[in-house]
Design a protein around this ligand. Structure first.
Ligand code: FEO
Length: 425
């Protein structure tokens, strides 16, 4: 029998025991099909919250989305009185985990709230109360419940600045917040009982955690040494079977996606273009030739019309520089360029080199608009974009080659700094 009893015979939600002292008091949302506007949820999601009982009090770890508060409170009441709650831990303040918090604070006013240092301003924004009592914690801080205790791990940006994990050493359980979670709703709850959720686990990582790979690696340094019987995330299956497997998978997913072919000190510059009459393509080819003059830069040229976006995103994630060529049509860059740019939200582009070029017929706004977008994505764009009216002349082709050379030199640090004339900007 695979099912887990989530309700009494007369339909009252019940807590589920993960151990003698730890219970799941979350809620299932099987009908959700889109989470946070961007994430697809083919069979819904769950909002997992937990209760741990010590000899000197009870702790509640996370709550649920507001509309699911009744399920949460019914499950909580099935294992604890509000007067017993000594501690409320919020691993992450996004509303899907804090929707029931204001009501919980009313019902258990004596409980002390534990949040990460970075969650303080968010808590104020969430509760809109002038006087708030809470304890900010960092890695290594602990709270005792008598014969059970909680230890906090600061794991920022997984996936918000405020995120932390909470470890219960006597239970060898990690309450991981969104980390190791996924949007997969299955009333069998445990990873060894639910349906095949591998796609959801990978999809969740790719969309939620991937932009913060370097922070994932730092968090894993804290998590990997922990003795663990179980990982209890805030979404999706509770990972009691081979919890280390999911930690290892995060380690793999946070490593470079492509095998390393680069020589020591070699930089990579990717040039993507799209062209309606061949003019932006001519510019791209000249920029490519110019950049190739620098030996330590591996330069690649791609026509966006001939490729799929997903593999390009993997390339861009690991490249040092990104150059985009777009015509201007109706005062804008063209859709394939915007499609590529919108797909880059899942990777970290901070401080990569950016550059833009393009041919235009009338006014040529596309290049400037894409430059702005690259800056918005936190690339540095130190060389002003190159625009050519219609067909590039021989002189303009030379200018394109010089542009490519300058971009490649910028990557190797060989570019001479220039005096900027603000009238040119
Ligand atoms: Fe599940 Fe980031 O909230």
């Amino acid at each position: 029998m695979n099912s887990v009893q989530l309700e009494s015979e007369d339909g009252v939600p019940l807590a589920v025991a993960l151990s003698e002292r730890v219970h799941w008091v979350g809620a299932l949302d099987p009908n959700l099909r889109t989470f946070d506007i961007i994430l697809k949820t083919a069979n819904g999601t769950s909002y997992n919250a937990y209760v741990i009982r010590g000899s000197e009090g009870v702790a509640v770890i996370d709550t649920v989305k507001e509309g699911f508060a009744n399920d949460f409170f019914a499950r909580l009441e099935s294992v604890a009185d509000y007067s017993e709650i000594k501690v409320i831990v919020l691993n992450h303040l996004e509303p899907d985990h804090t929707g029931a918090l204001p009501e919980l604070m009313k019902r258990a006013p004596q409980a002390q709230l534990f949040i990460s240092q970075k969650a303080q301003s968010m808590l104020k924004g969430l509760l809109k109360q002038d006087e708030l009592s809470y304890t900010p914690v960092v890695t290594g801080d602990k709270v005792s419940l008598g014969d059970r205790s909680l230890e906090f791990l600061h794991t920022p940006y997984l996936h918000w600045p405020d995120t932390q994990c909470t470890y219960a050493p006597e239970e060898a359980m990690l309450f991981s917040g969104d980390v190791f979670g996924c949007h997969f709703c299955d009333n069998r709850l445990y990873n060894d009982k639910v349906g095949d959720f591998r796609f959801s686990f990978e999809y969740y990582y790719a969309h939620i955690m991937r932009p913060f790979k370097e922070y994932v690696v730092r968090a894993l340094e804290l998590i990997e040494p922990l003795p663990l019987k179980l990982i209890a995330p805030t979404h999706g299956p509770i990972l009691r079977d081979r919890p280390q497997h999911y930690i290892q998978r995060y380690r793999q997913l946070s490593s470079p996606a492509l095998h390393n072919e680069l020589k020591p000190n070699q930089k990579t510059l990717l040039i993507f273009y799209i062209s309606s009459y061949g003019n932006t393509r001519r510019m791209a080819e000249a920029i490519y030739q110019g950049a190739m003059q620098i030996e330590d830069v591996r330069v690649s040229l791609y026509d966006l019309e001939g490729g799929e976006v997903a593999p390009f995103v993997d390339l861009i994630e690991e490249a040092d520089g990104l150059v985009l060529g777009t015509p201007t049509i109706n005062g804008d860059a063209v859709k394939p360029i915007w499609d590529l740019l919108s797909s880059l939200a899942v990777v970290n582009l901070k401080n990569k080199l950016g550059g833009v070029f393009g041919s235009y017929g009338w006014t040529g706004e596309g290049v400037r608009l894409v430059e702005d977008r690259l800056r918005g994505l936190k690339l540095r764009v130190p060389i002003q974009g190159l625009r050519v009216k219609l067909i590039p002349t021989e002189d303009e082709i030379h200018e394109c080659k010089a542009f490519g050379l300058e971009l490649a030199q910028e990557l190797t640090g060989a570019r001479e700094s220039r005096v900027i004339n603000f009238a040119d900007l």
